[in-house]
Design a protein around this ligand. Structure first.
Ligand SMILES: Nc1ncnc2c1ncn2[C@@H]1O[C@H](COP(=O)(O)OP(=O)(O)OP(=O)(O)O)[C@@H](O)[C@H]1O
Ligand SMILES: [Mg+2]
Length: 263
């Protein structure tokens, strides 16, 4: 037994780019939000919860891709390397804030863990988790002989959850949940439900809220997991065992638990 923690089920928390950065302002981070998140994660880590973090591209990844795409229409090898560099930059800013708060974050660039078509290997990350660390990865871009593929942080969070058997998956965003056209939080989003696109602030190359909900619904149709979309206040609440945010799917009885290979 390491740190007395291996019997505790991991929680996967995706820190949305909409909350850790200002998405409409290139290469700017929301320091206050990052600091608050770091404090919340620290309290929960200290209390014995096992946590894996994934963060999004925000005004780093999304902006880098959009800017190059607008200028050239296609990303070459150097452009891909530049986007990877920008994402690593964001990861180190987030990582530093969390380490300062006492959270032992270890950083795994998304392109090191995953290639296109969901070919991922989470073994090393899982080892860190077992050893009491808080591994963190992020949405990224990969390059091969046929071009580049953007791997969204939302997808990595779901692939990771399946691989390590996480049954609590929380997507933290700027909004308190999935909103209806009046701006009210939809408590449960069920399969087949259409999410209204209320528009986003700033750059997004991975489909925003709609794609996030669709991916989560698809995941929930074959995995036993509590998936929520919420804001920072909501995260704090659900980690305390209270109700918050929007629950995505999970309203059918039968479920297959996504344990198994970590690859
Ligand atoms: N119906 C809706 N409910 C909630 N948010 C919505 C809705 N429609 C559009 N949005 C927008 O979607 C955004 C969340 O999606 P987005 O992909 O921008 O965030 P993220 O996933 O946190 O960021 P990143 O992709 O950088 O990680 C919100 O900030 C909001 O502006
Ligand atoms: Mg997004």
């Amino acid at each position: 037994m390491i740190h007395g923690k291996e019997l505790v089920e991991p929680i996967v928390i995706k820190l949305g780019g909409s909350v850790i950065t200002f998405k409409d302002n290139p290469y700017t981070v929301n320091e206050e939000a990052i600091k608050r998140l770091a404090g919340i994660i620290y309290e929960n880590y200290k209390a014995g919860k096992r946590i894996v973090l994934v963060h999004g591209g925000g005004s780093f990844g999304h902006v880098a891709v959009s800017e190059i795409d607008e200028k050239k229409g296609i990303l070459d090898a150097v452009d891909v390397a530049y986007v990877q560099y920008r994402m690593l930059q964001l990861a180190t800013i987030v990582g530093k804030a969390f380490i300062n708060a006492g959270v032992p974050v270890t950083i795994y660039p998304g392109h090191v863990l995953c290639r296109k078509e969901a070919r991922c290997n989470f073994d090393l990350l899982y080892e860190d988790l077992e050893n009491g660390l808080v591994p963190m990865t992020y949405g990224d871009i990969v390059y091969d002989d046929r071009g580049y593929t953007i791997i969204s942080g939302d997808d990595i969070a779901l692939w990771l959850s399946s691989a390590i058997g996480a049954r609590k998956i929380y997507f933290v965003t700027s909004e308190p949940g999935v909103l209806d056209e009046k701006g009210n939080v939809i408590k449960r989003v069920s399969a087949g439900e259409q999410v209204v696109d209320l528009g986003g602030r700033g750059y997004d190359v991975t489909g925003g809220m709609k794609r996030k909900v669709d991916a989560a619904l698809e995941y929930s149709s074959s995995h036993d997991a509590e998936i929520r979309i919420l804001d920072i206040n909501g995260l704090e609440k659900v980690l305390r065992g209270e109700e918050a945010g929007s629950v995505i799917g999970g309203d059918k009885a039968k479920r297959r638990v996504g344990r198994g290979s970590r690859k």
